[in-house]
Design a protein around this ligand. Structure first.
Ligand code: ADE
Length: 226
């Protein structure tokens, strides 16, 4: 898998991708993540990449030319399955969307900034728009990092324990059961005895019951949604 991220502030994401699971997945050649500075594709003085909105109004709009150049220079080298634009207008990111993206080979992520991007770029290139929630961020970088992280951890081999991504909250439509580690007694608070029993079947039944009751209590919507 390869993810190319186009941004006006690529450094915002640099350190994030150099750590943890994304770092290991890149080192093990499971994924390539390339950050691209939109300013490098500007033909204007001072590497300008934005302009005033036609019709007036507050804020600047990312110009079509540098975005088009950036996208086409990538598309000249390989086929991309998706060109994803991060915006509050997009479909809200859910585990099922992440699962779908984890099966793709090459993706371009476009991070918006200011008032947004010229609409013609959306029409010509964008195949999917993703929002990470009903709030407005200053740019798409955090959304791109969140989405890439959620995808990368699903690539087989990206996380140490192969089965662990499958037991994540949401992967089976339920929240996770509580987890404990040593000591078995912390300030008088005991770990549930079943977890110390060594009885695998009882432990998985207990975890399932806990998942279900936690989901009922905290996210009943997950049990009624399709
Ligand atoms: N850009 C600005 N706000 C955003 C959001 N909520 N999700 C994705 N991209 C965004």
């Amino acid at each position: 898998m390869r993810i190319d991220i186009i941004s006006v502030i690529p450094d915002l994401m640099k350190s994030f991708f150099e750590h943890s699971i994304c770092k290991r997945a890149q080192k093990n050649n499971l994924v390539e993540i390339h950050l691209h500075d939109l300013h490098d594709f500007s033909s204007k003085k001072h590497r300008q990449v934005d302009d005033y909105p036609f019709g007036g109004g507050a804020g600047m709009v990312l110009s079509p030319e540098p975005l088009s150049k950036a996208i086409e220079s990538l598309q000249a080298d390989r086929l991309y399955d998706e060109v994803i634009f991060f915006s509050p207008d997009g479909q809200t990111l859910q585990q099922n969307i992440v699962n779908g993206l984890a099966n793709k080979t090459n993706m371009i992520f476009i991070c918006g900034h200011y008032k947004g991007i010229d609409e013609r770029i959306r029409e010509k290139y964008v195949t999917q728009e993703i929002s990470i929630g009903d709030y407005v961020l200053s740019g798409g970088e955090l959304a791109a990092a969140v989405t890439a992280d959620a995808i990368v951890r699903l690539i087989p081999g990206a996380i140490g324990d192969e089965t662990s991504a499958l037991t994540d909250s949401f992967q089976d439509g339920l929240l996770s059961a509580p987890v404990y580690t040593r000591p078995a007694n912390f300030e008088g608070m005991e770990v549930p005895a079943v977890l110390l029993s060594g009885h695998d079947k009882k432990i998985s039944e207990w975890r399932f019951e806990q998942s279900l009751s936690r989901t009922k209590q905290r996210r009943p919507d997950l049990l009624t949604n399709e």
